[in-house]
Design a protein around this ligand. Sequence first.
Ligand code: H2B
Length: 99
Amino acid sequence: MRDELLTPERVAEMSAASPRWNVSDDGRSLQRTFKFGSFRQAFGFMTQAALAAEKLDHHPEWSNVYSTVEVRLTTHDSGGLTERDFTLARAMDKAAGGD
Ligand code: H2B
């Protein structure tokens, strides 16, 4: 089942509620750079986020260099942003702790 794409108005609303994430210029993805104090913390975050992603059956595009994790969220099956991207964004915020 293909999830419905969010309207630009809904994307604006939802991204206001997830202020650490940036909407890409084309409006089709969310991006956030997570910075940690060490590689161990970054990888711990990735482990937790990976388990959350599996539970949600929604997966990030991401890369890790030392203590930095760059994340891009989009719904490939739908070709843009859906509710699932924001759900995973919130789960990743939670996994990162802090704010
Ligand atoms: N993750 C993301 N980010 N986008 C998708 O479209 C997607 C996914 N599709 N994870 C899921 C898995 C799909 O392939 C399975 C069959 O549900």
